[in-house]
Design a protein around this ligand. Structure first.
Ligand SMILES: [Zn+2]
Ligand SMILES: [Zn+2]
Length: 62
């Protein structure tokens, strides 16, 4: 089982774009892209929320 990069609890299942996984408890403090399902830091405006609810990579398709 993957360890959460935020709290280090095992059983993390949300993939962080920069590597590693985030658990259920911590995913709320991240931005989740509904298209690719990856999570991003909330203050990461380069890779994360492009302003339309998708990450920078997926925003082009919407
Ligand atoms: Zn966690
Ligand atoms: Zn995405």
């Amino acid at each position: 089982m993957a360890k959460c990069i935020c709290c280090e609890m095992s059983g993390a299942q949300y993939e962080h774009f920069d590597g590693g996984y985030v658990c259920d408890n911590c995913v709320g403090s991240y931005f989740t892209c509904p298209d690719c399902g990856r999570v991003f830091d909330r203050d990461d405006y380069v890779h994360g929320d492009a302003g339309n609810g998708f990450c920078a990579e997926c925003a082009a398709d919407h």
